[in-house]
Design a binder for this molecule. Structure first.
Ligand code: CA
Length: 260
């Protein structure tokens, strides 16, 4: 693995010497203000190079060599940055990023992808990564990207979407109508999220299909209708007002009341 290391200053290292299972950053001192970084990388040589380089720059670094451990550490501790390799034993970087975002953990994630695969990059960003680097990379570039991510701070919590008495929280994926919790499938959730984001505007059928199933899939238009029916059944209980409206020949919209 070629990593060009350059521009590492002789700044004093902020080190974390501890048992990973009893993680406490108090040991480095809260006044130390070292930026806490979790590095998930299974290639040990690469992980060590990253750790040493980042420590020399004043970061406090923890290493995880497999995906499950990386996820546990990221869930348990308060990191300011996460460097996440995609290919990891146990759980890959995509799975970790998605799980963290589903848990509401908004730590900025820099993903390391092994190849310059556009699909890996797209997938990484879709899973909740904030930036990516393809291997091999320059250490200077890694440092610059980490500085930029650290400056931005935690990824903002996406706002809860509301229309009438319907709410959807993109961070926790909780959907409610008044006090009633609604359990949606991934597809139903995707459709409702888009309708809410655009409400009360009409969302065209094609837009809904592309957003939820992707450009590549050939989705029959009656598949969309079937999912909208399922969604209506869950979102509009017998005693509740109608919210999802069909605009014939165009698409669907969220509106309170009114005729179909
Ligand atoms: Ca790897």
């Amino acid at each position: 693995m070629k990593v060009s290391i350059c521009g590492i200053s002789g700044a004093p290292a902020s080190r974390f010497h501890g048992d990973f299972t009893t993680l406490s950053y108090d040991r480095i001192g809260s006044s130390g203000r070292a930026v806490r970084v979790l590095i998930a990388e299974d290639e040990r040589r690469m992980a060590e190079i990253l750790r040493k380089g980042l420590e020399r720059e004043g970061y406090a670094v923890l290493l995880a060599h497999d995906g499950s451990r990386a996820l546990r550490l990221a869930q348990a501790a308060d990191f300011e940055l996460i460097v996440l390799d995609v290919m990891l034993p146990g759980l890959d970087g995509f799975g970790i990023a998605r799980q963290l975002r589903d848990d509401g953990i908004r730590t900025p994630i820099l993903m390391l992808t092994a190849r310059d695969e556009p699909l890996d990059v797209v997938r990484g960003l879709d899973c909740g990564a904030d930036d990516y680097l393809t291997k091999p990379f320059s250490f200077d570039v890694l440092l610059a990207r980490l500085r930029a991510l650290a400056r931005r701070g935690p990824v903002p919590q996406p706002p809860i979407l509301r229309h009438a008495d319907l709410t959807l929280d993109p961070a926790t994926r909780a959907v409610q109508r008044g006090d009633r919790a609604i359990d949606l499938s991934k597809t139903e959730f995707g459709l409702l999220e888009l309708l809410l984001r655009r409400a009360p505007r009409v969302v065209e059928r094609r837009t809904l299909i592309e957003a939820v199933w992707g450009y590549e899939k050939e989705i029959e238009t009656n598949t969309l209708d079937a999912f909208i029916r399922l969604l209506r059944r869950k979102v509009e209980a017998v005693d509740e007002r109608k919210l999802i409206h069909t605009v014939k020949g165009v698409g669907f919209c969220l509106r309170e009341g009114g005729a179909e």
